[in-house]
Ligand binder design. Structure first.
Ligand SMILES: [Zn+2]
Length: 390
């Protein structure tokens, strides 16, 4: 087992490029990590940070993986690795200045290099990119930037041209199957989970969480419920989905409440809430709210992904496409039934409605309202079709 195993193992090309750079002591100050999200980028970033900073390694492209520094980097709790996620639809200038450049410019002790991992860097707006460009033009020698992007075409040429490129790819089905088995997914569901994961081991982990596979069944059955139970189903279904997404945030909320309680203990805060240093409580609460919103958004994203894959599958099944192109292989019978209910045009319109919902949620739209709008867009053609068939 080396530091390059784990999630990075399925990205041999990226690992090879990084190890070569490390071995030659030519690690670029900025890398563009191009590919779908959550396919091992986190483990790549952690392995790189360990290799750059471990004092007990046998070779420059290795790390011991077990010293205090390596352990903390691997857990994501060492300041030599900063990880940034977008809080809303886009990264804005303030995110870049306060969230990236400030931590990046904190001094590191001799010889160490800090890695700044920016998730979804293609969500920088243009002003943010221009602010970031200044860093790329005069890069501090102790910082390595990993900019993860799905679509590099939205970045300014001036940003792209100053980065070295690394490609990451979706995981193959066998590796995803193996991950599902490791996570305790029952044998009968392993294949379906591996396919529904859409190339991402993180998604396997989400699907393996308690209650998520059951929720997936609900999500995949939405079209049928809308078709058979009539328009009255739209509002209650939107409510249920929004409630489910909210419920997924509870464990995180619990951890945040415990963190606040720990602070109060340490600071000796009294029963009336006196004793907090100015601003600290607000700052913590803001951070908690941001993380909780992100978690809820991820749960809503899962609902939308399930709907989108189901609709895409309808196109494949409806056109007699190969069944290995179907994501929801455990629902072939239902797909055949629903493909007869909807014309290809209706399915394409449905996919566009899912995308509109996604965009609205990225702009912090009200989840229940946006889901209602989406379900209505899916439901109306179903009724029109059923009515014309009668
Ligand atoms: Zn080490």
């Amino acid at each position: 087992m080396t530091i390059w195993d784990g999630g990075a193992r399925e990205q041999p090309a990226a690992v090879q490029a990084l190890r070569r750079a490390l071995a030659a002591d030519e690690v670029s100050h900025a890398w563009l990590v191009v590919g779908p999200p959550s396919v091992g980028q986190q483990d790549l970033a952690r392995a790189l940070t360990m290799a750059l900073n471990c004092d007990h390694a046998d070779a420059p492209d290795e790390a011991c993986g077990s010293c205090d520094r390596c352990t903390r980097i691997r857990r994501g709790t060492h300041e030599l690795l900063e990880e940034q996620q977008p809080a809303g639809a886009a990264y804005v200038v303030d995110d870049v200045r306060d969230g990236w450049i400030r931590p990046a410019s904190r001094t590191v002790t001799d010889g160490r290099r800090r890695v700044m991992r920016i998730v979804a860097a293609d969500r920088m707006n243009e002003a943010a990119q221009n602010a970031f460009l200044k860093v790329l033009e005069e890069p501090p020698p102790s910082v390595v930037w990993l900019l993860e992007v799905e679509d590099e075409s939205v970045l300014l040429d001036t940003v792209v041209s100053r980065c070295r490129r690394l490609t990451v790819v979706p995981w193959g089905i066998p590796a995803l199957r193996e991950r599902a088995t490791q996570l305790g997914v029952p044998d009968a569901r392993v294949d379906a989970v591996a396919r529904a994961a859409l190339g991402s081991p993180d998604r396997v982990a989400t699907l393996a969480e308690e209650g998520v596979l059951e929720a997936r069944e609900e999500h995949l059955g939405i079209l049928d419920r809308l078709a058979t139970e009539g328009p009255g189903r739209v509002v209650p279904t939107a409510k249920e989905l929004a409630r489910w997404a909210k419920s997924r945030v509870e464990p995180l909320k619990q951890r945040h409440a415990e963190e606040l309680a720990r602070y109060e203990d340490d600071l000796g805060v009294d029963a009336r809430g006196q004793g907090w240093p100015p601003g600290l409580r607000k700052q913590l609460e803001r951070r908690h709210q941001r993380l909780e919103r992100g978690e809820q958004r991820r749960a809503l994203g899962l609902v939308l992904d399930h709907l989108a894959t189901y609709l895409r599958d309808l196109l494949v099944v409806g056109s007699g496409g190969p069944s290995d192109a179907v994501v929801n292989v455990d629902h072939l019978d239902e797909l055949r039934r629903d493909a007869a209910r909807l014309s290809p045009q209706m399915v394409v319109d449905g996919l566009a409605a899912v995308q509109r919902c996604r965009d609205a949620l990225d702009r912090n739209g009200n989840p229940e309202l946006q889901l209602e709008r989406l379900l209505l867009a899916l439901a109306l053609p179903l009724y029109a079709h059923a009515a014309s068939g009668r």
